[in-house]
Design a protein around this ligand. Sequence first.
Ligand SMILES: [Zn+2]
Length: 88
Amino acid sequence: MIFIAGAGPGKVEKYVTRKTVHCFHCNNDTPWILEKTKYYVSLFFIPVVPVKTQYRFYCPICGNTRQLEKEEFNRMVKFEAEPWRAGE
Ligand SMILES: [Zn+2]
C-alpha cells in the first residue's frame, strides 16, 4: 500500500483591525491584517493532523510582519478587529 503524505497550510482565518496601525517600514497608516494559519499533516491530500498554528499580524501594503502569540492574537481579534471580507 502506498501512502501519499505531506504537510502544508490548511485553513486560514483573516481579520482586519478597526483602527489604522502605523507601519514603520513603509510609513503608511492603514488597517493591518491578522491572520491565523493552521498547518496540517495530510494523507492522500486530506488534512488529518494539525501540527501547528501560526499567528501573524501584518501590513497589507508592504507585508511587514509581526508574529503573535495565541493569547495576543485572540485578544486583538476580540477587541480590535473584525472578519476580513475579501473583495468588499
Ligand atoms: Zn508597511
